[in-house]
Design a protein around this ligand. Sequence first.
Ligand code: NZQ
Ligand code: ZN
Length: 380
Amino acid sequence: MENFDFCNPTRLVFGRGSIAKLGELIPESKRVMITFGGGSVKKNGVYEQVMKALAGRHLVEFWGIEPNPAVETLRKAVELGKKEKVDFLLAVGGGSVIDGTKLISAALLYEGDAWELVQKGAYDHTVPMGTVLTIPATGSEMNNGAVISRRETQEKYPFYSNYPVFSVLDPMVTMSLPDFQIACGLADTFVHVMEQYMTSAGQSRVMDRWAEGLLKTIIEIAPLIRENKDDYDLRADFMLAATMGLNGFIAMGVSQDWATHMIGHEITALHGLTHGATLAIVLNGTLRTLRQQKREKLLQYATRVWHLVKGDEEDRIDEALARTEAFFRSMGLHTRLSEEGIGEATIATIEKRFNEKGVAFGEAHNVDGTMARRILENCK
Ligand code: NZQ
Ligand code: ZN
């Protein structure tokens, strides 16, 4: 295990009725800008709960942070926030609203353009923010990452700032999610865990078993959520699994991959495909392409996650890869680029972009443009 220095300062306020606690979580003196997405919170009662909890406060609302938040939209929020002199941000929504608000929180204290911050990659001088999470998926509610898009150039990059001060997670708010968003959230969570687990074996028994526990939980609850749409405990497990999947708890002292995500971001930037939907395709290509490099961990995954204990080792890996793809398909997600009408032109663009940037993703730092092409060709 490598040395590490771990600190996750986000206060998690979890459970039914938790939105009512916002009044205690945000100091009375604060001038708060509340950020929202496209309006789902007005249909499912979340907006009313937030407004009731913060009645009498100095509030400014900013609406319209879209999925895969665009810097073009976020600049407008920064302008409004500066004008209103806000000194606290409350993101009410999914990963997109939370990520967008992380960039706003930095840009409010930055002189230049918000896109410059994304290009820098990190900026930790920020206005404090809290969140009310409405879709389990990204872990953004308890990490310091964000992924920001720029529509005019079809780009999408990670950006790091500060952790939310608090996040309110009420599983009840997920009841209004459409099946596709639930599937994408489960796939995103699954792949977050895989990015931190499916590397080389023997680094940490604690991290391995923690990660395997999350993977098995996701596999177990996915069909149950589809069949029991109003089961609170299933939603609670989904929500907590998603948060635990990307809040640093399973990444202590171990190497990480993230190639699937970086390729997936390009697909979203170029085609607008939903984040989780890109991962359900690309992960299969990554595992097929890097099978030898990841062989020992794939065998461990086959045994401990899919309970494949009999037969030849290569057959067990084959079966684990097949089950992984079948799992995504069982949730109604596509697992092949061709099913999304994506082909050679996109593969060539991603290869070129990776080569131009000179990137080398993955635990072995070998996912460059050429390897990205091989991965994408392996999920055609
Ligand atoms: O905008 P509204 O109207 O609220 O609708 C949203 C949106 O259309 C809807 N929705 C959210 N909660 C709902 C709901 N509909 C009904 N009921 C509810 N309770 O769902 C749609 C998708 O929302 P979005 O926020 O885009 O989803 P998600 O949480 O999956 O976020 C995706 C974004 O997060 C980034 C992705 O790249 C993508 O841009 N990620 C952020 C990460 C991080 N910060 O650590 C890591 C991830 O790997 C990921 O890259
Ligand atoms: Zn993700």
